[in-house]
Design a protein around this ligand. Sequence first.
Ligand code: FPP
Length: 238
Amino acid sequence: MTRIDPKQLPAHVAIIMDGNGRWAKRKGLSRIHGHQRGADTVRKIVTFSREIGIRFLTLYAFSEENWKRPAHEVKALMKLLNRFLKAELEEMQENGIRLKTIGRVAKLPKSTRQILLDTVEQTSSNTGMTLTLALSYGGRQEIVDAIRKITGQIRENKISPDQIDEELVSNSLYTSGMPDPDLLIRTSGEYRVSNFLLWQISYCEIFITQTLWPDFGEDDFREALLDYQKRERRFGAA
Ligand code: FPP
């Protein structure tokens, strides 16, 4: 079996976790059941990522568009998230995992927001892997929020328009301070970006697997990493 080269690991892996609903449908179970199994996969993949030495793992857990889902499904997803955060805090502390969130978190229910902020604060000095949950997240909304931030600074005479460059824009995004993703994985076979990290994925390698998120395991992750290591990244150069 080909080995993963630890020197050539992507520093930042981002994942679009798709297929919970289809997984459940195939098994004759409810969508909520699919999300529960999806949350189990999150636990496994977080542990595995940390063990192999990924520095940044970013998961698309709830998009801006996901608010359009039936209220009971949204509620169930928030409940799962609350449960996940409560159950994993100890594990995160033991393994040096720092939690971050990106998105319009203010839109989340109060209880979720509270647990989220507590967990972010309690894990803030951990120096192992950074786990970022994208919640109420949309890439276009993120760019809009960055523009608002920058124009606000211009209005307050803190910067002038000619100081706007790529670095300033990057630093005004929710992901400020994080490296751009090197590898984007999407499960369940769709060839779409779905409004995820639009600015940040400019030079990202993309790996799409047919595996549905609840079935995604270490072997699938290894396959994605091996595939990534075979690619020649030129960042536009010859
Ligand atoms: C896509 O499946 C997945 C989501 C909308 C949310 C992802 C949520 C989880 C993995 C569970 C909870 C998360 C955490 C962090 C504990 P889908 O419903 O769009 O699947 P489908 O396209 O097959 O219908």
